[in-house]
Design a protein around this ligand. Structure first.
Ligand SMILES: N[C@@H](CCC(=O)N[C@@H](CS)C(=O)NCC(=O)O)C(=O)O
Length: 234
């Protein structure tokens, strides 16, 4: 397949975009990465390709757009079955991986973001407690899913590794910005080891954003987002 047949609309800092790129790397697919500068407005191509949510990532395969990062990862796995499998072959294990991925997107990652979005100390503390609780749940889930191997997916990176691992950059930047440590050797030793292996993996290391760069970006972004949220409520 020619490189231009697969395009990704995305940005370097988005955890959701990273998922798409990791899945493409696992399948050894070449693709064109089109950087969307969201702060400067959305491109016509993005608005046309994701008219419902108008969000990145968008995978464009030929002339067909696919939206929503977890759906994109599953599409890549099903469309190029000859590369390493991303979803577990067993239906129950697949259901478990999808369950935790949905939990991460619906509950856990929004709590990570609300640490940066909270104005008062009380709200920040509540968000931190939610994030810590989630990490403890994921430590337990790791024990069950990995069966003593390196990744949630076993010997290789799978669906849940991609769903969770893509959030590591923002988790680390949030820890840095707020002087906290959520994932550490004392509380979550298995996840600490997993995170290190995940970030060093050849499919991941070139797209995982540098923590310092992300922290610097977050220090500018969060005050703007907080101001925009406050303006909305007044
Ligand atoms: N549920 C979506 C979330 C995607 C998302 O929130 N993307 C952000 C960038 S990290 C975005 O495009 N934001 C632009 C906007 O909200 O208008 C997915 O998994 O793909």
């Amino acid at each position: 397949m020619a490189a231009s047949e697969v395009k990704v609309l995305g940005s370097w800092s988005s955890p959701y975009v990273i998922r798409t790129r990791i899945a493409l790397h696992i399948k050894s697919l070449t693709y064109e990465f089109i950087e969307e500068k969201l702060s400067e407005g959305k491109s016509q191509l993005l608005l046309k390709s994701n008219p419902v949510y108008k969000k990145i990532p968008v995978l464009i395969h030929g002339d067909k757009p696919v939206n929503e990062s977890l759906i994109i990862v599953q599409y890549i796995d099903e469309t190029w079955p000859s590369g390493p499998s991303i979803l577990p072959p067993d239906p129950y294990e697949r259901a478990v991986a999808r369950f935790w991925a949905a939990y991460l997107d619906e509950k856990w990652f929004p709590a990570v973001i609300s640490i940066g979005m909270s104005d008062g100390e009380e709200a920040k503390k509540a968000a931190m407690a939610q994030v810590e609780e989630g990490v403890a749940l994921m430590e337990e889930a790791f024990g069950k899913c990995s069966k003593g191997k390196v990744f949630f997916g076993g010997d290789e990176i799978g669906f849940l590794d991609i769903a969770f691992g893509s959030c590591l950059g923002w988790l680390r930047a949030t820890e840095e910005m707020n002087g906290i440590k959520v994932m550490d050797q004392g509380k979550t030793p298995a996840l600490v080891n997993w995170a290190e292996c995940f970030c060093c993996h050849s499919a991941v290391k070139d797209v995982m954003p540098d923590t310092d760069r992300l922290t610097e970006f977050g220090r500018v972004l969060f005050p703007k987002l907080r101001a925009a949220a406050a303006a909305k409520t007044h």
